[in-house]
Design a protein around this ligand. Sequence first.
Ligand code: HEM
Length: 490
Amino acid sequence: MVGAQTPVLDEQYLVVEARRKRELVERVDIEVLLDRFLSLEDRFAPLANVEDVARFALAVGPNALGNYKTTFTIKLTAFPKPPISMEMQANPNPELDEKLPTEIDSIEAQRNPYSWYKEMRETNPIRYDENRKRWDVFRYDDVERILTNHETFISSKISDIDPVGAFGARVFGDTDLPDHQRQRGAVDDFFRPGKLRDFRPELRTKVDKLLDQVLETGSAIDVANELSTPITVWSITEILGVPSDHTDQLTELVTEVLDTTEAEPMTITVDGKTFGPGGHDVMEAYFKYLLDKRARDPKDGVISRIAQADDLSEEEQYWMTIFLYSAGVETSAKSIDIALWTFAEEDVYSQLRDGKINQKLAFEESLRYRTALQSMAGRSPVEDVEINGTIIPEGDQICLWVGSANRDERKFDDPDEFDPKRKPNPHISFGKGLHYCLGAPLALLEGDIVIEAITDRVKSIECAVEFDELQPGFNPRIYGFDEVPMHFYT
Ligand code: HEM
């Protein structure tokens, strides 16, 4: 354990940094009124404004977080600032978020959790897992009810189990109305299908270039590292408006960060400035730099929009950017990998090529069949709620098993069959209701273009290893594999 530091008066900012192992878990920069620090009541109380955040930081710094292998660095200021809308996050038990239920905590079960889901839908559709301190919900109707009932099942609850969510300020998926609308409304027009249509030709050119490189070296391809990750990283950087001369370095960094929890320390140098060395830290420093630059010198793209939005706090601007960047890469890349793998495994590729199977329907079916986000945590009821005879107490955490809902026999015929012509296909891989995935149209476009480009150019595809040889990625909440070796024959 690295001990927490005693708060010291220094400089002009309150800076709170919490680190777990080498990684920055959270960092908060706030200017606050000095005299607020003199009263330290309401420890761990729900945080409503910047003063509470400051009190909380002082209260937990030397105590709770220090006990959880987290260091705290705190600097204070004497200069008042208007309150900003954010909540300090300090997860006393971050591992809970990442833990899988013991029943599927093996590599085999991560590859194929579906028989366990089926058993749970039958015998225990809503259960409390003492180990992970949360409720698990497995049936389609129950998952859908919770997703579409955002007034009862809120997303911004700070509980004693999971007071944090993933980010340093509550953004998008961790917010409720009206904050949610304020944040999402600032950027959602960039992700609408109409707007994305203009992006289509550029994306196709990029995919063709990558295919040129890959096909030149023979039939073997690692779809994950040579195709899907570069494509999704490139797409989101374009839409965010990352300058093109920064993209390559950022892509390399993100690929490294996604690849392992212990990413090699790296640096990136842009505009004559070097960031790093580090993994996540470099990404964070880079995006802070870019937001600052775009605040002064706006260009096209989401980052400029965010940087110019007066009704977003600096912390929100920063974490919204990070959220969009991370949400936009891994799930989409894994979905492309899984689709191509499943087309080969199920021997439907030639029918896709010949147009006998509609490629959009086939992609949607692969999103249902092996969805990239098998479960999502973060909802909690504002009052005791009964679901199918089980009472979920107010404030408890709920984990929604989307991967199970998508295989619910009460909703889908032959749910364990991969049916590329399935229609309708009401899978909930992108969620539903208020928090429906903002990037769904982009993810669908990426899948569509990759399949279109490959079927235009590649005669046949096949899996190069057995399914049982695929290694699940390090993030247990994302379904997908580190490497996806296939053969593409032209
Ligand atoms: C196939 C790929 C993807 C899958 C399976 C996926 C899945 C999801 C799911 C299930 C949610 C709902 C979370 C909840 O209700 O708590 C969500 C939300 C979100 N996704 Fe995606 N996503 C994908 C791609 C993307 C992309 C490409 C972006 C790029 C920007 C993105 C950005 C977001 C954002 C910002 C939210 C929060 C929306 C809100 O709270 O209003 N996602 N995603």
